[in-house]
Design a protein around this ligand. Sequence first.
Ligand code: G
Ligand code: G
Ligand code: NA
Ligand code: MN
Length: 254
Amino acid sequence: QQVESCLRHAIERGELWLAYQPRIEAGSGRTIGVEALLRWHSPELGAVPPAEFIPIAEESGQIVALGDWVIQQACAQHDAWRRSGLGELTVSLNMSAVQLRTSGVPEVLRAALARHQVNPAHLEVELTESTLMETAEETMAQLHALKALGLTLSIDDFGTGYSNLNYLNRFPIDKLKIDRSFVQQMLEDPAQLAIARAIIGLGHTLGLRVVAEGVERPEHAQMLHAARCDELQGFHFGRPMPPAELERWLRSQR
Ligand code: G
Ligand code: G
Ligand code: NA
Ligand code: MN
């Protein structure tokens, strides 16, 4: 309740910001993108983690305004980085099921891309398996509308939802992100490694790129690269960082 009422003013009072975590191309080791992750510092409540406030915002419907803000902010940041010569990083953002279902979201994305002159090929939208399964029929038309803008669509936390694998063929998706639970237990548990490998094979067979999340150790990166995983993300490379810190990090990588 308190979260909900404080959240109501968070956007206008400038209490929200986006952290960016680097995403690395496994083959070259280059940073090819960043994932935008919402952060909230409330003067009343302190730092509230998204795992806490996003479910509340989804219930109250505030997630639509938050999601619109994330889209604007991510596109503005992409534009700023392009102008400052940091290169053509792909920016990915997380979209909740509630926002995906709103009829206005394709237009919000289209307008933000145009205003900030973002190449749609450089914007990625991450959706969880449960988001896709929740509302399969209405979601389908909406996914096609997002694809028609030229965006990349990825399935986040893949392998943890109760998915009907048929949807992989039916939905216009481009990428799978292997949930970090598989990666984190890969070294100790051969079954988890087998699952990670199977997801990579499945993705490639279907013509999808595969990203591993939660890469915390050099051994994770080596094993995933050997298993032909396309992209890697995790604390081993970099944590989610404020924009200025990410810029310094990128420059230090060159
Ligand atoms: O960054 P962190 O690990 O605290 O994120 C926790 C959860 O919050 C993750 O599942 C992440 O996908 C989700 N999350 C972070 N930022 C956003 C956002 O901008 N929109 C939505 N819908 N979820 C987000
Ligand atoms: O659900 P989603 O994949 O969007 O969640 C992303 C969250 O995962 C980020 O908020 C980030 O803090 C967290 N994260 C990113 N890399 C790692 C990692 O290597 N280990 C762990 N434990 N969490 C990570
Ligand atoms: Na994500
Ligand atoms: Mn994830």
